[in-house]
Design a protein around this ligand. Structure first.
Ligand SMILES: Cc1cc2nc3c(=O)[nH]c(=O)nc-3n(C[C@H](O)[C@H](O)[C@H](O)COP(=O)(O)OP(=O)(O)OC[C@H]3O[C@@H](n4cnc5c(N)ncnc54)[C@H](O)[C@@H]3O)c2cc1C
Length: 402
């Protein structure tokens, strides 16, 4: 019987466990996670979980599901090392586990802010359920919330805190929100929406220092003045947890390098989810994504590989975010040099930005336009030709291009 060991306890590990059972593979599956809980939905942590009266973790699968399928969990257990020659992993608490195939599903962690001392009482990052419980506990009691970073998680927390009646400031270093992951049209719409909800969004913000008293940040000094804060959230992106792979000598380049079958530079080791840098054919280069879709679909792909039925990974990336009244959906990967047309009227609240390269639809970003989004996503997945001028005309149904 094949001995499969999975490192990680997030979306990718849970999906891999489920997909392996579907393959009816004769395998012993052991999953090792340094978190104390079984895998749970991470997206609500920056949204409903922070403000709901009675928040509850939403488990991805029940404990019975894993037990019924013979998957064994080692929780609160950190993996310290991979010994590739003898094919085993060392756990931080001293034990070793042998493997025939190892899958790294180690995800990513919140980036910390250089120059800000660690361990400050009122400074938060958000990645895990424990982080969310700590943030939630503090958020209820404070007045002024300062968010450093205008990325997805920072903006979701800003919207949630504003809905809770907090005085919210967002400091973003770039000249626009989501500068690396969304088009200028989407950035502009989000900026206007957050400001209309009372969030003080400051672009081009240059942080010059911190006023720290009794172990807490009481103000952040910027080139444009001081911003007082009762609570600070650092939301400046995530870094891949690729140290285990790196120390074991696996190829890494902003994530663990995998091929189209999720196999690393060691054929006995696979990697899936936020921790991977994988070949993305539409752009002709490796990319790393942080999304539930990518974690789930890469886990399905890895299960195929482990079952000896390898199929190349070619899923269309998609992602969603909820920020107050806005539901943002993105399919494909926005590239700054692609042609863009806007479908719908941003002033009316719902619209899509459609991206084209050499006449082919490559990406669609939608705000409160779910029907157009799903239709466009299918057009991209099916590689349908869509004339960009016609696509911008909302009177022509997108389905007519299928
Ligand atoms: C607050 C928040 C909101 C989000 N909202 C959205 C959203 O709206 N839409 C969306 O598509 N995506 C969202 N995401 C992103 C999404 O949650 C991630 O893309 C997804 O969790 C990736 O799954 P993963 O299994 O690759 O990594 P993770 O879920 O991060 O799991 C990695 C696991 O590995 C464990 N681990 C790491 N190293 C070790 C080790 N050495 N030993 C043992 N265990 C280890 C970690 O503790 C963790 O349990 C959000 C993320 C966060 C944090």
């Amino acid at each position: 019987m094949m001995n499969i060991v999975v490192v990680g306890g997030g979306h990718a590990a849970a999906q891999l466990s489920a997909s392996l059972t579907e393959k009816a593979l004769q395998a012993k599956v052991t999953l090792v996670s340094d978190e104390a809980q079984l895998p749970y939905h991470r997206p609500p942590l920056s949204k409903a979980y922070l403000k709901d009266a009675e928040p509850a973790a939403a488990w991805l699968r029940s404990a019975d599901f894993y037990a019924d399928h013979g998957a064994e969990w080692r929780l609160s257990t950190r993996v310290a090392r991979i010994e590739r020659d003898s094919r085993h992993i060392d756990l931080a608490r001293g034990e070793s586990l042998p493997y025939d195939r190892l899958v790294l599903a180690t995800g990513a962690r919140a980036r910390t802010l250089p120059g800000l001392p660690e361990g400050l009482d009122n400074v938060h990052t958000l990645r895990t359920l424990d982080d969310a419980a700590r943030l939630r506990g503090r958020l209820q009691a404070v007045e002024r919330v300062l968010i450093i970073g205008g990325g997805f998680i920072g903006l979701e927390i800003a919207a949630t805190a504003a809905q809770m009646g907090k005085q919210v400031t967002v400091l973003e270093a770039a000249p626009r929100l989501l500068a690396r992951s969304a088009s200028p049209e989407v950035s502009d719409h989000l900026l206007a929406s957050h400001r209309a909800a009372g969030v003080d969004v400051r672009l081009d913000a240059v942080i010059e220092g911190y006023d720290i008293r009794a172990g807490s940040v009481v103000a952040v000094e910027t080139a444009d003045g001081s911003v007082r804060a009762d609570l600070v959230v650092v939301g400046i992106g995530a870094v891949p947890n690729d140290e285990l792979a790196r120390e074991a000598g696996l190829a890494c380049d902003n994530g663990i390098v995998v091929d189209v079958h999720m196999v690393t530079s060691d054929p006995a080791i696979l990697a899936v989810g936020d921790c991977t840098a994988f070949p993305f054919a539409p752009l002709g280069r490796r990319i790393r994504l942080e999304s539930v879709q990518n974690a789930n679909d890469q886990a399905r792909c890895a299960a195929q590989t482990l079952a000896g039925m390898a199929e190349p990974y070619s899923a269309l990336p998609w992602f969603w975010s909820e920020q107050g009244p806005l539901r943002i959906q993105i399919a494909g990967v926005p590239e700054p040099h692609h042609e863009r047309v806007v479908r719908g009227d941003p002033a009316q609240g719902g619209f899509s930005v459609m991206h084209f390269l050499d006449g082919a639809l490559t990406c669609v970003e939608s705000i409160n336009a779910p029907a157009d989004h799903m239709a466009a996503r299918k057009l991209i997945a099916d590689a349908c030709r869509v004339p960009s001028d016609a696509a911008s005309d909302p009177s022509i149904p997108l389905k007519s291009f299928a």
